[in-house]
Every structure is written in C-alpha cells, then in structure tokens.
Design a protein around this ligand. Structure first.
Ligand SMILES: [Fe+2]
Ligand SMILES: [Fe+2]
Length: 278
C-alpha cells in the first residue's frame, strides 16, 4: 500500500467512526425529538420550538463565512462556498434559509418581526456564542468539525423526528418545507464537508481537532434541545399550568440582542414572506 493510499484510508476510517459517534450522540436522539412521534403536538408547540430555533438558522451562514476567512486554501474554500450558495437560497427558489424558516414561523403564528423579539433560552444564546467563537477564533479544523459533522451530518438524522411531529400537528407540506428540504440538502452538504475533511483527517492531531469541534457543537445542541424542552414546559404556564424552570431567565436576550451584542449580521425581517436573499 502506498503512503498516500494508507493516509487516505486512515482519514476515511476516522470519518466513518466519527459519523457513527454523531449518529449516536444524545443531541441527535434527544427526547424532544424522539417524543415527536409519541406525544400530542400542536402548532403552538412549534411556535415555541421555532422561536428558539430561528436564531440558530439565522446565524449558521455567519459561522461558514468566518470559516471561509481561516480556510487554508482555495479547495477548502470551494467546498464551504458550495454549502453557502445553497444556504443563500440557490436550491430553494432564491429564498435563503432564514426566509424559508420564516414561512414556517408564519404558519404557526409568529411573524411581522415578532420572531426577532422572542425571549430566548440561555442555551440558545450559548449555542450561537460558542459557534461564533469556534469558527472565528479557533483553528480551522475545529470549526470545520463543528459545522460539518456537528451540523450537516446531524441534521438529516434529527429532522425526520421533527417532520413527524409537524405533520402530526397538522402543518402542511408548504409550511414545513424548511425541514423536508434540509433532510435532502444536508446529505449533499455533509458529503461536501466530508470532501474538505478528507484532505486533512489523516493525522492524529487533525483528527483530534475535528472531533473536538464536532463534539463541542453536539454538546451545545443537546443543551439547546433541553432549553427547547424547558420552553415547551413553560408554555402551559402562561395558560395557568406548570412553570418551566428557566421560562423567564433570559428575558434580556432576543435575536435582536444577539445580533447587536454578538456582532452577527442583522437578518432582515420579511413579514410579507416575499423576501429576497440577505
Ligand atoms: Fe440551511
Ligand atoms: Fe446545510
């Protein structure tokens, strides 16, 4: 076996192991997701979930844009740019993914700029801050591990649970397009990220950096789902039921505040749902 073939084999084996680790992570099989097929679900539940999830959707392109600046060469930038072009709306009729998500939010009654003023759970803010810090300030491979295995590999395993719950809540296919599109599109994105990873993943130090980023992202994702669970618990509280433990603990944090304080590019609101890519 030549050195180059052996090197590539080591990279492929590492990435196959990492794929298995991602698919079995507690974030990917979280109870919020698994119970989508068991518990009754209503559009109001998804108004709560969507209000917490939307800021993550808005900030994802910023992580990739940060990584473009630190990518070591043009080939790495090319793989990242391919993903970004889709995120900007190339594969979704010119609607960038935040605009696509706002169509879903409107279907569950969150629109007209209200989606930017939702009280965010601390785990949402922490998720965004951690990924911005990782992609802007850490070695390139740590960031690539966070957005590749941490995001693009995980989403096709997480979203089918959400889609089952969305359909059980009576939402139509147009309303849930963001989710169904991502199950398909993120398989491509995950494969493109894997092409970028393959070029670097042969050496133990590089493997450790990639895995660190992936597991850091997934740990934050697990905390994010617990935050969503807490917000879902808090919803009946407003109707006289059980008070969620952190229902009001992050009142100073909204998407508007995240953009202002964490220096994320503002995402234009699109109350008319006819938005152009940001
Ligand atoms: Fe996306
Ligand atoms: Fe993606």
């Amino acid at each position: 076996m030549s050195v180059a073939v052996g090197t590539m084999q080591a990279a492929r084996e590492f990435l196959a192991d990492l794929r298995r680790e991602v698919e079995h992570h507690a974030a990917v099989g979280h109870s919020v997701l698994a119970r989508m097929r068991l518990d009754p679900r209503s559009p109001e539940d998804f108004r709560v979930l969507g209000g917490q999830h939307y800021p993550l959707v808005c900030c994802f392109t910023r992580y990739l844009e940060c990584l473009l600046l630190t990518a070591p060469d043009a080939t790495d930038k090319l793989w990242l740019a391919r993903v970004l072009v889709d995120e900007y709306g190339e594969g979704s009729r010119g609607l960038d993914h935040a605009a696509l998500y706002r169509r879903f939010l409107a279907a569950v009654g969150l629109e007209g700029g209200e989606e930017r003023r939702v009280d965010l759970h601390p785990a949402v803010v922490e998720f965004i801050a951690l990924h911005l810090a990782t992609c802007a300030g850490e070695p390139f491979l740590v960031g690539l591990g966070a957005v590749g295995p941490g995001h693009e590999w995980a989403i096709p395993s997480m979203f089918p649970h959400l889609i089952a719950g969305l359909r059980r809540a009576g939402l139509g296919e147009d309303a849930i397009e963001y989710f169904t599109l991502h199950v398909e599109q993120d398989r491509d994105h995950g494969a493109w990220m894997e092409e970028a990873l393959l070029r670097h993943a042969a050496e133990p130090a590089a493997q450790a950096a990639i895995r660190t980023g992936a597991l850091r992202s997934l740990a934050a994702r697990e905390r994010f789902w617990w935050g969503v669970a807490d917000k879902l618990l808090a919803r009946p509280a407003r109707e006289g039921g059980f008070p969620g433990s952190t229902a009001g603990s992050a009142r100073e944090w909204t998407l508007e505040a995240v953009e202002a304080r964490l220096a994320v590019r503002p995402v234009p609101s699109d109350p008319g749902l006819a938005g152009t890519p940001a």
